[in-house]
Unconditional design. Structure first.
Length: 156
């Protein structure tokens, strides 16, 4: 009886040394699933550029610089005794950041979390600050009927 030959492609995996398995150097280590034990940090989504790589650093981060400069302008207006205008500028800057995060494919460091989370965070904070600026005393621009009752109930 002739000797049986082993198939060319064996279904039994070859043993992998423990050191190589720990470093992920075996053939089955190409999984897209996150490891159960993290040994390093993931690259942030905002690490990409908003402009070509040969552009100077400020031009590559123009969305973040636009939101930061508008926010700084709003803080300056608030410090110069124009709190309503300053808060409106800050709120509008955050809403603009949410819109840029949705519309632009790459926003540089303005991207902190996932696109959806960034949009919701920037949008809600921007709308809240804008609404607070509109109901600010004295002479509120927006009149919310239940707001005075709620303040009277909680404060007085």
């Amino acid at each position: 009886m002739p000797a049986e030959r082993a198939p060319e492609h064996s279904t039994v995996p070859e043993p992998v040394p423990a050191e190589a398995a720990a470093r992920g150097e075996h053939e089955g280590a190409r999984s897209r699933r996150f490891p159960s034990v993290t040994r390093d940090t993931a690259r942030p989504e905002g690490g990409g550029r908003a402009a070509p790589g040969d552009a100077p650093a400020p031009a590559r981060q123009w969305p973040m610089l636009a939101v930061l400069s508008a926010t700084a302008g709003g803080l300056l207006l608030t410090a110069m005794n124009h709190p309503r205008a300053g808060c409106l500028l800050i709120g509008i800057a955050l809403v603009a950041g949410a819109v840029m995060r949705r519309v632009l494919p790459s926003v540089g460091m303005l991207a902190v979390r996932s696109r959806f989370t960034d949009m919701v965070t920037y949008g809600l904070l921007g709308v809240a600050i804008t609404l607070l600026a509109l109901v600010m005393e004295p002479h509120p621009v927006l009149d919310v009927p239940f707001l005075e009752t709620a303040v009277r109930f909680t404060v007085r």
